[in-house]
Design a binder for this molecule. Structure first.
Ligand code: C5J
Length: 220
């Protein structure tokens, strides 16, 4: 057990019962020429955190903290995509449409794949999720049960959507949640800041927030 310097107070990290969840580091959200960029988002903001996410993954691998990756994607027949989700967004480019990197957010298409810099290594779990949260309609919970995990460290994109949703799902399931503030990003800086503040508010109502450096120091 080692305390991580965190907001709103130190996080009591127990590496034997912790896992890192890396949310949706997919080409369609991060790369120029992907779905996110085609919607007019500034993907350079997300690209800037890639070395930090890679560092956090490396630190966790070295400390034998399991690394679990997620991808937001759907089956090719869209049977797991509720019309309410598909019909929102830009009418000219919806989930399942042919986009700049194959069909948008469809399992197996190039754009749905994880970027090479943080690609999973053999033995790491990859959770394909049809929702924003990684617990809804996935096999994440039994994997965490099997590994005896009680604490979750979070990284990935985007902070206020899939990261925050998954942290809230995890918090409600009793996990202690720690977000790496410099290993997560949003297309909208003000949304990222608000999400970090919301998570740590009211005595860690959703969880804790710490830098990758402080997490690395505690795991060293
Ligand atoms: C994620 C999204 N990964 N923003 N998706 O946050 O739609």
């Amino acid at each position: 057990m080692s305390d991580v310097a965190a907001r709103p107070f130190p996080f009591p990290l127990d590496p034997e019962h912790a896992a890192l969840i890396v949310i949706d580091m997919q080409r369609d959200f991060i790369e120029k020429g992907g779905f996110g960029a085609s919607l007019g988002n500034d993907v350079t903001r997300l690209q800037a955190i890639v070395p930090t996410v890679a560092r956090l993954i490396g630190v966790c691998r070295s400390a034998n903290v399991p690394v679990i990756h997620t991808r937001e994607c759907h089956l090719p027949d869209l049977s797991d995509c509720p019309p309410a989700k598909r019909e929102r967004g830009k009418p000219t480019l919806r989930i399942g449409d042919e986009g700049p990197m194959g069909r948008v957010l469809i399992k197996g298409e190039p754009g749905a794949e994880i970027i090479p810099e943080v690609f999973p290594i053999e033995g790491e779990h990859v959770i394909d999720k049809p929702g924003k949260g990684a617990f809804y309609a996935t096999g994440l919970q039994p994997i965490l049960d099997e590994l005896g995990i009680t604490q979750l460290i979070f990284a990935g994109v985007t902070t206020e959507v899939c990261v925050q949703t998954t942290m809230r799902e995890a918090n409600d399931r009793g996990y202690e949640c720690l977000l790496a503030s410099d290993a997560t990003e949003s297309y909208f800086p003000e949304f990222k800041q608000a999400a970090l503040d919301m998570i740590a508010a009211q005595g860690a109502i959703v969880g804790w927030v710490a830098t990758t450096e402080d997490i690395a120091r505690a795991l060293a």
